[in-house]
Design a binder for this molecule. Structure first.
Ligand SMILES: [Fe+2]
Ligand SMILES: [Fe+2]
Length: 237
């Protein structure tokens, strides 16, 4: 199927989950920046749209079972996946990475002052993400699941505590932007997670773990911004 250059990158990943790997590699933001068109994203990444379309088609052809089509899943299934996979991962990684940053900064901070700059940025991500996920799990996600149940005639229409679902969705998306901006900052401070020549094993483990944390958060935000939230807004309308 020919790829339309005006399609948004968020939509392209929703339709072809394998596209996420191509965009990650090209440094194209498909989660918080999911609303940009393929054409604009390629311009920014200094790539031709035709070249990118070929890569996307190759990725689609090489798609594996792990690239699940979440457009075909229910909201309840998607919420379960987000909470059990991505929220659980963030909860597991935040304390581990916080300790690892402190350890590496303790050993290498003198020669690498950027570590002392990374530390408070990660602390901000940690505090903000814990609050953010709690709001999703306790308020927004149960509401979205109840809305779907009601639409299928399996339960009563939930009482909105926040006017329209668009209000919490907008707030969650703003918080995603903030987390995304912190990650960009860490990527810059760490020179794209490049371990310096005098870096030890812990330094390498830290940068690999931070890169993995970033990739997971991109996928996590993509599922919410580009699939879960738009479907909830549509369902309410
Ligand atoms: Fe989330
Ligand atoms: Fe979120």
């Amino acid at each position: 199927m020919p790829i339309n250059a005006e399609t948004t990158v968020g939509q392209l990943v929703a339709e072809n989950p394998a596209a996420a790997r191509v965009f990650e590699k090209a440094g194209i933001d498909y989660c918080c920046g999911g609303h940009q068109s393929l054409h604009d994203a390629c311009d920014k990444a200094k790539m031709s749209t035709a070249e990118m379309a070929t890569l996307l088609e190759q990725a689609a052809a090489a798609r594996t079972a792990a690239d699940r089509d979440w457009l075909k899943a229910s909201q309840a299934e998607l919420v379960d996946h987000i909470v059990n996979t991505h929220h659980a991962y963030v909860q597991r990684e935040l304390p581990r990475l916080t300790a690892l940053i402190a350890k590496v900064r303790g050993v290498h901070g003198k020669n690498h002052p950027e570590l002392a700059q990374i530390e408070p940025v990660f602390a901000a991500i940690s505090a903000e993400m814990m609050m953010h996920m709690m709001k999703e799990e306790q308020i927004l996600f149960p509401y979205i699941v109840d809305m779907e149940q009601a639409a299928q005639g399996k339960g009563p229409q939930p009482m909105p505590m926040f006017g329209t679902v668009q209000n919490p969705v907008r707030m969650m998306m703003m918080e995603h932007d903030a987390a995304g901006a912190h990650l960009v900052k860490i990527r810059e401070l760490s020179s794209n997670f490049t371990v310096p020549a005098d870096g030890c094993t812990s330094y390498r483990v830290l940068y690999e773990a931070l890169a993995a944390f970033e990739a997971d958060l991109h996928q996590h935000i993509h599922l919410e911004n580009n699939i879960l939230f738009p479907r909830a807004v549509e369902m309410e309308a």
